[in-house]
Ligand binder design. Structure first.
Ligand SMILES: CC(=O)SCCNC(=O)CCNC(=O)[C@H](O)C(C)(C)COP(=O)(O)OP(=O)(O)OC[C@H]1O[C@@H](n2cnc3c(N)ncnc32)[C@H](O)[C@@H]1OP(=O)(O)O
Length: 201
């Protein structure tokens, strides 16, 4: 499903005009990367337009490129008219809880996905896009064999946002970035046979 242009890996793209419907595999195949898709724009926006409320970009450019290169299938982008409006970057992890190492490391072939960042372009926030992309991403993960759960860390004020999406709190994270503290949250992907059967996987 990964598409490459000029040798660079890209987020798996999709257009979501009618967000509550999950696209069938056939429909997904019709979604093609716009020609000349500006990959570098993603990187630029990651720094300028996708930064967090506290002004911190959760991932460095090198880390984004690293994860896109190592596990592009765990990232997802939302494009409108060829422009990236939101994205999720994930990687694999193999421990019960996230540690500082998880911030920079991808562990392949594990049942746990570490969601490093969900980010919506600052002009497109509070329109439901973050929730929709996260929901779509979790549906997508459910379709991937062997995956059992997704983990993330977030600041306290975003706990209700992730709770609403079905995540459960695991308590304070041992990870700290620039003296910021985080809560760790978990989403169970397993035991969703009904969802899998009915989600076009
Ligand atoms: C694992 C991680 O990535 S944690 C870091 C999350 N990402 C960031 O901080 C990057 C900058 N922020 C963003 O990109 C976006 O604001 C996101 C991803 C947090 C939310 O995406 P949006 O599209 O704006 O959210 P969406 O419209 O779907 O949902 C809105 C809900 O999000 C929550 N929310 C969004 N931003 C905030 C905020 N700054 N403070 C508190 N709650 C917030 C609220 O619960 C809100 O619900 P309400 O409308 O009832 O008030």
């Amino acid at each position: 499903m990964t598409q490459k242009v000029s040798g660079s890996p890209f987020l798996k793209p999709f257009f979501l005009k009618t967000p509550v419907r999950v696209a069938s595999p056939l429909q997904q195949r019709r979604h093609t990367l716009p020609s000349g898709f500006p990959f570098l724009e993603l990187i630029r926006k990651c720094r300028i337009s996708f930064v967090s409320v506290s002004g911190v970009c959760p991932l460095t450019l090198d880390e984004v490129l690293n994860f896109l290169g190592q596990c592009p299938e765990l990232s997802l982008g939302w494009f409108e008219e060829g422009q990236l409006v939101a994205f999720i970057i994930g990687s694999g992890w193999d421990k019960e809880r996230l540690s500082q190492k998880a911030m920079t490391q991808h562990v392949p072939d594990t049942p746990t996905v570490h969601i490093h960042v969900l980010s919506v372009h600052r002009h497109c926030r509070q329109q439901g896009k973050g929730s929709i992309l996260l929901w779509r991403y979790l549906q997508y993960l459910r379709c991937m064999p062997g995956l059992r759960r997704a983990l993330l860390i977030c600041e306290d004020f975003l706990v209700p946002f992730y709770r609403k999406a079905g995540f459960k709190e695991k308590g304070p994270s041992e990870i700290s970035v620039s003296n910021m503290q985080f809560q760790e949250m978990e989403y169970a992907l397993g035991g969703q046979a009904y969802a899998r059967r009915n989600s076009g996987c």
